[in-house]
Design a protein around this ligand. Structure first.
Ligand code: AMP
Ligand code: ZN
Length: 105
């Protein structure tokens, strides 16, 4: 499959990975829009929030808890950070593999 985030997850193309585990990979956005800008990406190929099933509820919850861990590790848990999903082309989703933007000033 020709999916850039699947390729990053498999180590087939490079990225500045700051965290990884069995379920997720987190790496620096190549065009950062904030001092800290990471993408929290499930290893499984899911196109967008629209494609989540009820059985994915645990994965979706873990994605948010991982964002909280990243915030703590990066020292911005108290100063603040933004999390956002772009869902669909009309909202600016260019990469069709689910990802959560993590941004902090
Ligand atoms: P979205 O517009 O929500 O689909 O966000 C996709 C994000 O992926 C953008 O902020 C891009 O800068 C970022 N991006 C695209 N290709 C790469 C890459 N190879 N490594 C890191 N970030 C990427
Ligand atoms: Zn993918």
């Amino acid at each position: 499959m020709d999916c850039i985030f699947c390729q990053i997850s498999k180590g087939e193309i490079p990225a500045e990975i700051i965290y990884h585990d069995k379920l997720f990979v987190v790496f620096k956005d190549i065009k950062p829009k904030a001092r800290l800008h990471f993408l929290i990406v499930p290893r499984r190929h899911i196109v967008s929030i629209n494609d989540l099933k009820l059985k994915d509820a645990m994965l979706a919850g873990k994605m948010i808890l991982l964002a909280r861990k990243i915030a703590r590790d990066q020292g911005v848990a108290d100063s603040g950070y933004q999390l956002h999903f772009n869902v669909g082309r009309g909202a600016g989703q260019l990469v069709e593999h689910l990802h959560l933007h993590f941004m902090a000033a």
